[in-house]
Design a protein around this ligand. Structure first.
Ligand code: FAD
Ligand code: SF4
Ligand code: SF4
Length: 434
């Protein structure tokens, strides 16, 4: 009897855990990921261990990547999107794959191509040593696509993984069941309105009206030219070690502020949920930077701190000794003439509004439904829950969801959720076999 096949949409940690779990039960999996690399958001996180492991979960992603590489019945479709679905007993799924210049299955991660490429940024390495493929090719930066003058990587690759003539492909795959593991979207802070800043501060010094101002003006998405970063931008800056410096001028950060719940628990946005993973993430991140730069002063502005998970209360108690926790969400965020970030917040103990300057501000953005959630739900003819996330088993006919596609959750919880979904999928497949 031929092996039953399941198609998983999304190759983040939940999608990889589904693939690994189903593979272990001898089920074939098509893992469809829209990006060139597997791993989702969490593959960009830095390990936050200091003297000891702090259970941040970053290493779990590495483990899942390695396990995914060892799967026997897994077919990866990177840089691929689902473009159509029809029910035919199971699911007939139409996929569109962008040109795959580097073959996932052939690339063994040797890195030879990176050493022979004469062009900056023509080949981009994956986020992990376990990434397969290990590299992706950016045609806009590549000499082959500019004037045909180079084929060095293709000639040097020992496994013949590179095909510079690759074209996009459309194909149809047949699956007995499908799982949506398309994850979440980090909240974009520019969607949040802050009150307009005054034209001058209380001493009459003029304040920068644009650039570094959040809200109705501009939030700098790149994070390079100002001293405001999202938590996810900070994660990738600190990945692989190094000290925290100010993006604008490279100066060391002496005073660092985090604002929690940016885009979560916000009635004005209609986001009433807690994003669950991000209080722990911010405290562990603050702990890491203090470990690397003990001279730094860290302040965390919060609504209330959610400490869930093993050891988190003890970690919170320690954190309170090392950093200042202020129960207030700043109403104004703006740049000062001296290129500091000025926060205005209401200090309850003293019953007054306070202006305080920081070298760097980190916005702990919340988790909102994936950008593609609505489009996928329409393709799948399935409703979303009222918050815009997927229901676990929305239709009862072989369609499931798992991980942060179902709502905010941390890495370990997303893996546990995927493991439970594997069991539900196996039961469904068993019923189908009769
Ligand atoms: C600020 C912040 C900090 C965090 N820090 C931590 C932490 O320290 N520890 C922790 O445990 N958790 C943390 N988390 C949570 C963590 O990021 C999630 O638990 C984890 O990423 C969930 O994995 P996932 O696979 O469900 O979703 P994702 O990581 O979002 O992966 C989903 C994947 O699906 C792909 N995809 C989406 N749409 C499609 C489509 N249409 N077709 C194909 N592929 C698609 C995406 O490209 C992505 O690869 C944090 C979250 C936030 C917001
Ligand atoms: S040379 Fe080939 S096998 Fe080695 S990393 Fe590059 S594409 Fe992969
Ligand atoms: S063709 Fe040349 S320029 Fe383009 S990626 Fe390969 S080695 Fe780099």
């Amino acid at each position: 009897m031929s092996r039953q096949r399941v198609l998983v949409i999304g190759g983040g940690v939940a999608g990889m855990a589904l693939a690994v779990g189903l593979d272990r039960h001898d089920v074939a999996v098509d893992l469809v990921e829209k990006e060139p690399f597997l791993g989702g958001h969490a593959v960009g996180y830095t390990c936050k261990a200091t003297e000891a492991c702090v259970n941040c979960g970053a290493c779990l992603v590495e483990t899942k990547l390695a396990e995914t590489n060892a799967c026997r019945h897994l077919q990866r479709f990177s840089a691929t999107r689902v473009t159509g679905i029809h029910r035919n007993g199971g699911y007939g799924v139409q996929l569109h794959q962008g040109p795959r210049f580097v073959d996932d299955d052939r690339c063994n991660g040797c890195g030879v191509c990176l050493t022979v490429c004469p062009q900056r940024a023509a080949l981009r390495g994956g986020p992990s040593a376990h990434s397969r493929p290990f590299v992706t090719l950016i045609p806009a930066n590549c000499r082959y696509f500019q004037d045909g003058s180079c084929r060095r990587c293709q000639e040097a690759c020992p496994t013949h993984a590179i095909d510079l003539e690759a074209r996009p492909v459309t194909m149809t795959r047949q699956a007995a069941a499908m799982v949506v593991a398309a994850g979440f979207e980090p909240f974009d802070p520019s969607a949040k309105s802050f009150a307009p800043p005054p034209k001058a501060d209380r001493q009459g010094q003029s304040l920068a009206p644009t650039g570094n101002v959040l809200g109705a003006w501009t939030y700098p998405r790149s994070g390079v030219e100002t001293n405001v970063l999202t938590h996810l931008e900070l994660e990738s800056r600190l990945r692989g070690g190094g000290l925290l410096t100010r993006p604008a001028d490279g100066a060391p950060v002496r005073k660092l502020a985090f604002i929690q719940c940016v885009g979560s628990r916000d009635a004005a946005l209609g986001h009433l949920w807690c994003s669950k993973a991000c209080c722990g993430a911010a405290l562990r991140m603050a702990n890491l930077v203090l470990h690397r730069q003990p001279e730094m002063a860290v302040t965390v502005f919060y609504i209330d701190i959610q400490t869930t998970g093993k050891g988190s209360q003890a970690f919170y108690d320690q954190a309170r000794q090392r950093m200042r926790l202020v129960r207030a969400i700043p109403a104004d965020v703006r740049a000062t003439g001296a290129d500091k970030v000025r926060l205005t917040y209401f200090d309850k103990p003293s019953d007054q509004s306070i202006d305080e300057d920081f070298d760097l501000l980190v916005l702990t953005v919340g988790m909102i439904p994936a950008r593609d959630a609505r489009q996928l739900s329409e393709l799948l003819h399935t409703p979303l829950d009222p918050t815009g996330f997927f229901l676990r088993e929305p239709t009862g006919n072989g369609l499931f969801s798992a991980g942060a596609a179902r709502g905010p959750m941390g890495i370990a919880e997303a893996i546990g959720d995927a493991d439970r979904t594997v069991q539900a999928v196996l039961r469904y497949l068993q019923d189908q076999r009769g």
